[in-house]
Design a protein around this ligand. Structure first.
Ligand SMILES: NC(=O)C1=CN([C@@H]2O[C@H](COP(=O)(O)OP(=O)(O)OC[C@H]3O[C@@H](n4cnc5c(N)ncnc54)[C@H](O)[C@@H]3O)[C@@H](O)[C@H]2O)C=CC1
Ligand SMILES: O=C(O)[C@@H]1CCC=N1
Length: 269
């Protein structure tokens, strides 16, 4: 079993550690680094995973998973680069950062896999997209797939698509949460108590998502048409969505997120 160190235990780092434990991985095979000591103590108490300094993580782990903000990558690589053996696999979860950034900074030949996960990892429902850097081969991709499939679904994509993937599935959960928030507010406007409105909308979201994924007819247009009766309630609502340009707003939002991912990567050129 590979020993894995998560570098930076914030929201995504913790989601991954908790997902791996939930999937049955031995806490003794996991390590993490975290620059805030109170946060490190909290996670060790909660999960029984050892907190280490960066040099111990690099020395002891076969797989290093980078989960710091893209803006914090340079000081992290300053700590990793002098100690890293080129046999160690480096897995980056960072939005925007290309594998070539790591390859430039780390020992020649270091395998790097770029991943875009998302927060549903915490309930075993992540969508992760993975891409190989120039020294990562099939065995490295298979190892990362095995690791991430314990916390959700995994697809392989060319690295050239990772900024778009980041905008779609990396940020995607936030857009669904935003829609749910707005729909609950609509319930409040219509006089439904907040808790009841939340139950109605959240279960509708779960049901709709399950139909999209598991139903015999998963195409969104067909599913939406089945809800939309002639001269009924749904079409009255859809007309308002079209009038307010909600479809165009979503397309623009996702394009802006893609552009920001590109910008985060090019800050390190
Ligand atoms: N939050 C999300 O939904 C997603 C985030 N990501 C990516 O995951 C990465 C982490 O994001 P979050 O977990 O949201 O951020 P976060 O801010 O919650 O976590 C980052 C953690 O790294 C720690 N840290 C920073 N520099 C460090 C260093 N040199 N050594 C040790 N610890 C250090 C921070 O103290 C913090 O706890 C980002 O690169 C982001 O692009 C990817 C997909 C989804
Ligand atoms: O907002 C962000 O930058 C990160 C990357 C994808 C989701 N959250």
């Amino acid at each position: 079993m590979n020993s894995i160190a998560v570098l930076g235990a914030g929201k995504i780092g913790e989601s991954l550690l908790s997902g791996l434990l939930h999937a049955g991985r031995n806490p003794a095979d996991l390590l993490f680094t975290e620059r805030h000591p109170e946060r490190a103590a909290e996670l060790t108490d909660k999960y029984g995973i050892e907190h280490v300094e960066i040099d111990a993580a690099v020395r002891r782990a076969d797989v290093l998973i980078v989960a710091v903000k893209p803006q914090d990558i340079e000081p992290l690589l300053d700590g990793v680069a002098p100690l890293l053996e080129p046999s160690t696999l480096v897995v980056s979860l960072c939005a925007g950062l290309p594998t070539k950034l790591y390859e430039r900074r780390l020992a020649a030949g270091t395998p790097v896999v770029r991943v875009m996960p998302n927060t549903p990892m915490v309930v075993g429902e992540a969508m992760s997209a993975i891409s190989a850097g120039s020294h990562a081969d099939e065995k490295h991709l298979a190892l990362v797939e095995d690791l991430l499939s314990s916390v959700g679904q995994v697809v392989r994509v060319p690295e050239s698509q990772q900024d778009a993937v980041t905008a779609l599935s990396g940020s995607g959960p936030a857009y669904f949460f935003y829609l749910v928030e707005a729909m609950i507010d609509a319930g409040i406007l219509l006089g439904i108590p907040r808790a009841t409105a939340a139950d109605l909308i959240v279960q509708s979201a779960v049901g709709a998502a399950t139909m999209l994924r598991d139903g015999s007819e998963g195409h969104p247009v067909i599913l939406r048409e089945a809800v939309t009766s002639p001269a009924g309630t749904t079409i009255a609502g859809i007309r308002e969505l079209e009038k307010h340009g909600v479809r165009a707003a979503l397309i623009d939002a996702i394009e802006a997120a893609r552009d920001r991912s590109v910008e985060l990567g090019s800050a390190h050129d």
